[in-house]
Design a protein around this ligand. Structure first.
Ligand code: 6PG
Length: 477
């Protein structure tokens, strides 16, 4: 039998769909799963495909053409290390292992070093797009040596999503760059989802039906906000429950799950001192949602407006929709500005030579955050590769300047009516702080100097000269 072009370990849904995707592009694929009955079922379910189902890891490795290209699709963490360890004795020098899971990028860096010392090649590749993306074309974010990328390029390009004929994959950079960028992608995904949920919460509280909301999101999807997440939201509002005939969205418990990539992104932003209010707000919102029992208890104790039925006053429904749209669009720009800021900062520190325009380009298709809006981000970085902040790119400045008043009104309306808007509000505060010529840190510096002699600079003295006040007034006991 001829040797396979590609091998995949881990036949959960993502793994199975990736295999079918690779095979459909004319490659022979070998598969291995620890529970071999899963392999048997998969092969039996795909009788006409050019697949090799291996019963043992030895058989799997032997079935592959060299240099072997083996993608691992198992749970991030220990299972990836375990698979790598069991592969090592079976591989030849220069064989390639690809980790396609949602792995923490520092683990990828450790594994790459470990494997390269042994003479093997390793690629940490973020793969986005869920089950359907894996099957029809995901967005792929591979990191690792450029020479290894060159070997993988034909397969990755053929299986990835395409937008205007351009594959949604590019070599992100050395080491853990691919998994790092995928992690931030997921953080941005959390932000996008939360912004949509905040819009929904306001609409719901203002008395809009699910049907009306389906129409609003469908309408938004026909304009500048066109994106996968807005589109699926419109469809979610149309879905009825088979059992009760009710709208499914109303039957789903308001407790959000999370696997951790959003949290990792926020932790990364704190480590790097990058302001991250939109995405941090989205992670907090998920955590608070999961504290359902406490929320139920507190709802009967802590007072505030009844946030399920507010009066629009003189505002028409159409005006509210327009204002919320502008609040969402502006907050989204802030979210991407913060996410890209983190990517740029870590990329510089790690010397990854990241191309932010190319990253936005490969997010246009295949992945969960795919959106029309990403074209403008690519353009912004193509015009100025060293853009200080996305908000300062002329296209986005214009959107923000024209939407900022509505954004404020929506945040104020939400606060007045007791509707939590951590990501709308956090984004607006970032916007206002970023554009503020003066912030209250003069007082903060005085406080630091008062209690800790931490010193301060003066506006009337050259920058870099530090002063301490010896005689701050004593406290009276
Ligand atoms: C993707 C997604 C995916 C992620 C899920 C669930 O890009 O295809 O980001 O990788 O695992 O969306 O993530 P949470 O469970 O953390 O919401």
């Amino acid at each position: 039998m001829s040797k396979s072009d590609f091998g995949l370990i881990g036949l959960a849904v993502m793994g199975q769909n990736l295999v079918l995707n690779v095979e459909s592009r004319g490659f022979q694929v070998s598969v291995y799963n620890r529970t071999t009955s899963v392999t048997d079922q998969f092969i039996a379910a795909n009788p006409d495909k050019n697949l090799v189902g291996a019963q043992s890891l030895e058989e799997f490795v032997q079935s592959l053409a060299t240099p072997r290209k083996i993608q691992i699709m198992v749970k991030a963490g220990g299972p990836v290390d375990a698979v790598i360890e069991s592969l090592i004795p079976l591989l030849d020098q220069d064989d390639i292992i690809i980790d396609g899971g949602n792995t923490l990028y520092t683990d990828t860096e450790r594994r790459e070093k470990y494997l390269s010392e042994k003479g093997f090649r390793f690629i940490g590749a973020g793969v986005s797009g869920g089950e359907e993306g894996a099957l029809k074309g995901p967005s792929i974010m591979p990191g690792g040596p450029a020479s290894t990328w060159a070997i993988m390029q034909p397969i990755f390009e053929s299986i990835s999503a395409k937008v205007d004929g351009v594959p949604c994959v590019t070599h992100i950079g050395e080491g853990g760059a691919g998994h790092f960028v995928k992690m931030v992608h997921n953080g941005i995904e959390y932000g996008d989802m939360q912004l949509i949920c905040e819009a929904y919460n306001i609409f719901k509280a203002a008395g809009f039906s699910n049907e009306e909301q389906a129409a609003i999101f469908a309408d938004w999807n026909a304009g500048d906000l066109e994106s996968y997440l807005i589109e699926i939201t419109a469809n979610i509002f149309k879905q009825k429950d088979a059992e009760t005939g009710k709208d499914i969205v109303d039957l789903i418990v308001d407790k959000a799950g999370q696997k951790g990539t959003g949290r990792w992104t926020v932790m990364g932003s704190v480590e790097q001192a990058v302001p991250f209010s939109t995405i941090a707000g989205s992670v907090e919102a998920r955590i608070l949602s999961s504290m359902r029992d406490q929320r139920k208890l507190a709802s009967g104790i802590l007072q505030g407006p009844d946030n399920w039925n507010f009066d629009l006053g003189s505002l028409s429904k159409e005006e509210l929709v327009k204002k919320v749209r502008n609040a969402l669009y502006s907050s989204k720009i802030v979210s991407y500005a913060q996410g890209l800021d983190l990517i740029a900062k870590v990329g510089k520190e790690k010397n990854w030579g990241l191309n932010l325009g190319a990253i936005a380009r490969i997010w246009r298709g295949g992945c969960i955050i795919r959106a029309r809006f990403l074209n403008h981000i690519t353009e912004a970085y193509e015009t100025d590769a060293n853009l200080t902040n996305l908000m300062l790119a002329p296209f986005f400045t214009k959107v923000l300047n024209s939407g900022q008043q509505d954004w404020r009104e929506v945040v104020a309306l939400a606060a007045t009516n007791g509707i939590p808007v951590p990501s709308f509000g956090g984004s607006l505060s970032y916007y206002d702080a970023y554009r503020a010529e003066r912030v209250p840190a003069n007082l903060l510096q005085a406080q630091r100097d008062f209690f800790g002699a931490h010193t301060y600079e003066r506006i009337d003295k050259p920058e870099g000269e530090f002063f301490h006040t010896e005689d701050w007034p004593e406290l009276i006991d």
